[in-house]
Design a protein around this ligand. Structure first.
Ligand code: NDP
Length: 331
């Protein structure tokens, strides 16, 4: 069995040298365990934080130990009543071609009518993040303007489409003209390419003539500094991600916008999706319904080959993905 381990901790932007592929032999199954063959592997921006040893809401990866994350696999051997060979399951599993784990660590997926890999995207952690961040913190109302950064990614695409379903004007910010076209195809009212727009403030003003009521922040940095200057009185800002800063050794200071946020009575709240488990049943019910009705469309960038995991992960930081970035292994 192959596994991918953390070879060393990066400072600044990580590269392939921080990962290593190894061969290992797995133990035989004991009672209540199953052997799972990895099929779809999620790569996520938060994994960058776990490569460092700074204290956070998830423990750091250990040097020499496999990276782990969301994986969809097929059960190939079982000593558990709960799962049978052939079942498609989701769990937090190591980056390994196969794993031996207790059956109770896995969730059996219903793959009738939806592609299995949707459970890593729109019907998984990113979709839930979009739902709770927008609905619980953003609280969008019909007629309001919602701006989302990182708009063409896994979370952003869902945020924009939920905001449209709520009757909002939706403006997405993304890193290429192709991505801006994708946003339009998915029903966003406007898209801004932050890499080519000469004046982001002017572009935002033009795209949001009535200001910004909700800013769903996936990226932080200069983009957020610009959007926040357009925020309306009683605006809401779900702080979801700060990917523009994840590789920074020292956090750069932006303009100090607190006086403006104070005067405009803006609510800004960070959140971690795993703290919203009580909201997941409602979120899943809505997301599943919207996907089945075709009101939410979703896309993925699926990279073939288990050994491509580090490359796919690193690609998140240079915008190589549209929608959810996933690695597919042969099963
Ligand atoms: P994405 O699918 O959006 O992939 C990352 C995208 O970020 C890239 O495609 C790229 O698109 C953009 N990006 C990369 N670097 C920069 C930069 N320097 N400035 C601006 N944009 C950049 O990832 P996810 O949808 O999975 O996650 C989006 C955000 O949400 C992340 O910050 C993540 O950490 C956060 N998150 C937070 C959760 C929570 O519980 N709070 C849960 C899940 C995700 P482009 O081409 O547009 O630059």
């Amino acid at each position: 069995v192959q596994q991918i381990v953390l070879a060393s901790r990066p400072h600044g932007t990580p590269d392939a040298s921080h990962f290593r592929v190894e061969e290992v032999t797995l133990p035989a199954l004991v009672e209540d365990e199953v052997r799972v063959k990895g099929w779809y592997y999620s790569v996520d921006p938060y994994m960058r934080g776990r490569m460092s040893d700074a204290k956070s809401y998830v423990p750091p990866y250990q040097i020499g130990a496999p990276i782990n994350g969301g994986v969809i696999g097929k059960v190939i051997e079982s000593r558990s009543e709960a799962l049978q060979a052939g079942d498609v399951v989701l769990g937090t599993l190591p980056w390994a071609t196969e794993a031996v784990v207790p059956a109770k660590a896995l969730r059996k997926l219903d793959v009738e009518g939806v592609p299995a890999h949707y459970y890593l995207g729109v019907l998984g952690m990113p979709g839930l993040t979009a739902y709770v961040g927008l609905m619980d913190i953003g609280q969008p109302k019909a007629g309001e303007t919602v701006v989302v950064s990182g708009a063409s990614g896994a979370v952003g695409l869902v945020v924009g489409q939920i905001a449209k379903i709520q009757g909002c004007r939706v403006v997405g910010i993304a890193g290429s003209d192709e991505k801006v076209r994708l946003l339009k195809d998915y029903g966003f009212d406007e898209g801004i390419n932050y890499k080519t727009t000469p004046d982001l403030n002017a572009a935002l003003k033009a795209a949001c003539p009535e200001g910004v009521d909700v800013y769903f922040d996936n990226v932080g940095g200069d983009i957020s500094d610009a959007v926040l200057q357009q925020i309306n009185t009683f605006g809401r800002v779900p702080l979801c991600g700060q990917i523009a800063l994840y590789n920074a050794d020292a956090v750069p200071m932006g303009p100090r916008l607190q006086p403006l946020l104070l005067k405009r009575s803006v609510l800004m709240q960070g959140f971690i999706v795993s703290n919203y488990q009580h909201r997941f049943p409602e979120a899943m019910q809505h997301l599943t319904g919207w996907v089945k009705e075709g009101r939410i469309q979703f896309t993925e960038t699926i990279v073939a080959g288990f050994e491509q995991l580090p490359t796919a992960f690193l690609g998140l930081f240079s915008g190589k993905n549209q929608g959810k970035m996933i690695v597919e292994a042969n099963v």
